[in-house]
Design a protein around this ligand. Sequence first.
Ligand SMILES: *Cc1c(COP(=O)(O)O)cnc(C)c1O
Length: 381
Amino acid sequence: MKIPLVDLRAQYESIKDEIDAAIHRVLETSQFILGKEVEAFEEEFARYCGVRHAVGVSSGTSALYLALLALGIGPGDEVITVSQTFVATIEAILWVGARPRLVDIEEKTYNLDPSLLESAVTKKTKAIIPVHLYGHPADMDPILEIARKRNLTVIEDACQAHGALYKGKRVGGFGRVACFSFYPGKNLGAYGEGGAVMTNDAGLAVQIRKLRNHGGLSKYSHEILGMNARLEGIQGAILRTKLPYLDRWNELRRRHAEEYNSFFKGRGLGLPYEAPYAKSAYHLYVLRAPRRDELNATLNEQGVGSLVHYPTPNHLLPCFKGLGYKIGDLPVTEKVCKEVLSLPLYPELKLDQIRFIAEKTQDFYGQKARSALRGKTLSRR
Ligand SMILES: *Cc1c(COP(=O)(O)O)cnc(C)c1O
């Protein structure tokens, strides 16, 4: 059996006619860059997140970069974030000329540990970027409280958490700004690159609209120094088509996570944790596994596309050497990094496939497959 980490083809097949029609609409109007489909998507995604403005941009990375630029963060400033994230969160801080200050995470949620925040704030700190990693929201209330007290801006990195809930409210509206990625493998994925910046601040939204479009809202009006970071028309049309399915797809991800959990429970593996304040979007199903690398290699040999997110903590990556971090600086991040393993997870995943992966995992540890689960106990609803 071959089971990829994500199956983009299966999702396309499930909504093929709608997607094909959406792409054709753009071909007919030939509004390939921004245009009506992007505008409509911006409105619909803003409404979905409960935020006033969404600005479609060329990727999650450019969303982070433009958000920092628009907030005026640059040389001499510090931005607090985590090492346990995708490299882009930290790249963006460095590209605006600011200095990332990396803090450790909570061992259970893998997200920024708010109890470490206060001591990381200096006179130079301007912003905090909590990352809703693997789809699980960061604990926003204490983060927002410290930000309020110390007059810091909060930028959510929501690139892995489309539709996740924090205390019943969708992420993307908690910070002054939030950034989303529509990389194809994300919970809401384009068929190419894409991203969005969310904010309730109309002035900031206009600034980001200008930055993404060579410094102006219309052609050849270059009011400020900008660049090209626009969302394409075809991506806007595809994202609009997929958005109405997002909640259903996230529910399926959650169901598959539960199915995995019931196979793995009580077998010496660390299962994903969901905090009482959180409803995770389950971007990834992440286990904590003894002999992680061996298990990963064994699963890969059997056609299972398991993967480590991420194999090296950012603070120890060669590209961030200049920041001067060393082994031991962020102990929880470093520990977690050696143990996490992401198993295939996507809405279209089948119970048979989950069972196959669970059995191969149990074989690896020399355990007997749980017989009760071979039958119908987990029949699909
Ligand atoms: C995917 C991702 C990004 C970057 O998004 P791209 O669209 O790939 O540029 C940033 N932060 C996190 C946490 C991500 O998962």
